[in-house]
Design a binder for this molecule. Structure first.
Ligand code: ATP
Ligand code: ZN
Length: 296
């Protein structure tokens, strides 16, 4: 085991996950001295540094203990875990809500495809042989897996495969290659990955702190604070219409014994329609505010 006392997080050096990952870490109060062209980003303030690498290398770096945590797509993490065996016991500690995509089967548009069983005996090109192999086994299908490092989507046109298993977000790439998405093998998003057994030293404490801040950031991302006034008689009707969240807080209004100010944390957006309904139930002076930080 290394004797590092600073936490080291691996993230993608340049790609789809880079900006959102940095933004998320910034929102957790972590900032880094800008040296993005380099391998290493030194953390200012908290003892947390970044290692900027190709996303495919992230699970291995965690498994080797070179990094404590990593921000990586579930697709990459799961593929690594399937291939690495039990000694590399990695866990998905947090879901981060960006980099959403799916690993899907796609077939040529002209193929009359109805069910996965039709893939039996065919060749499927993919960069995810582990995940595809696992899906084929659970479906009870015996198909050939053609492993390609990239440009998977052109394999059917080149005649090197009959179908593909690749990442899809909007589906635009598939259409451009005359392919049709048929089955989802894995739903993916960026995750915070780490060893299943986290360190119990100061780095472990820092990881705990980071998890707590992350949970706060993820929670407030969607949250809104709703403020309104209502009379005692309208409180029940108004409270019933509040969109989710914990019990609202009631504050008396000075000089108006029958009036209350109500404050409620709402789990998601509050729409105009919802506000109008709440107003109809007797609320006045309504405000919907974004929440910047939250520490439970
Ligand atoms: P590198 O290996 O150089 O780090 P890359 O080309 O493998 O980069 P990106 O294309 O930046 O990686 O994708 C990184 C991750 O973004 C993917 O592993 C996946 O989790 C996620 N992602 C989200 N949408 C898509 C998409 N449409 N295509 C590919 N990946 C996507
Ligand atoms: Zn990659």
């Amino acid at each position: 085991m290394s004797t590092r006392d600073r936490l080291r997080i691996a993230m993608q050096k340049s790609g789809r996950l880079t900006e959102p990952a940095l933004e998320l870490l910034n929102r957790c109060g972590l900032s880094f001295r800008q040296s993005r062209d380099k391998l290493f980003c030194f953390g200012e303030g908290e003892p947390v540094d970044l290692l900027l690498v190709r996303d495919d290398d992230i699970p291995g770096l965690i498994a080797q203990g070179v990094c404590d945590l990593g921000i990586v797509g579930r697709n990459v993490l799961s593929e690594f875990s399937l291939g690495a065996g039990p000694e590399a016991d990695l866990a998905e500690w947090r879901q981060l809500g960006f980099g959403r995509c799916r690993l899907s089967i796609a077939v040529p548009q002209e193929m009359a495809y109805e069910q996965p069983a039709q893939l039996a005996g065919r060749r499927i090109a993919t960069s995810y042989p582990g995940l595809l192999g696992q899906w084929l086994r659970t479906q009870g299908i015996d198909a050939g897996v053609v492993t390609l490092a990239g440009s998977v989507e052109i394999a059917p046109r080149l005649g090197t495969a009959d179908a593909i298993c690749d990442l899809v977000q909007s589906g635009g790439t598939l259409v451009a290659n005359q392919l049709r998405e048929t089955d989802i093998v894995l739903e993916s998003e960026a995750v915070l990955a780490g060893p299943r057994n986290l360190p119990s030293d100061e780095r472990g404490d820092m990881i705990d702190l980071l998890f707590k801040r992350l949970d706060g950031v993820m929670q407030v991302r969607e949250s809104r604070l709703l403020l309104l006034q209502a009379s005692r008689g309208a409180l029940d009707a108004v409270t019933r219409l509040l969109p989710g969240g914990p019990q609202p807080t009631l504050l008396p209004v000075a000089g108006q014994p029958d009036q209350f100010m109500l404050q409620a944390l709402c789990a998601g957006e509050v729409s105009w329609r919802q506000l109008e309904e709440i107003k109809k139930a007797g609320a006045r002076e309504m405000f919907v505010l974004p929440v910047e930080k939250m520490l439970a």
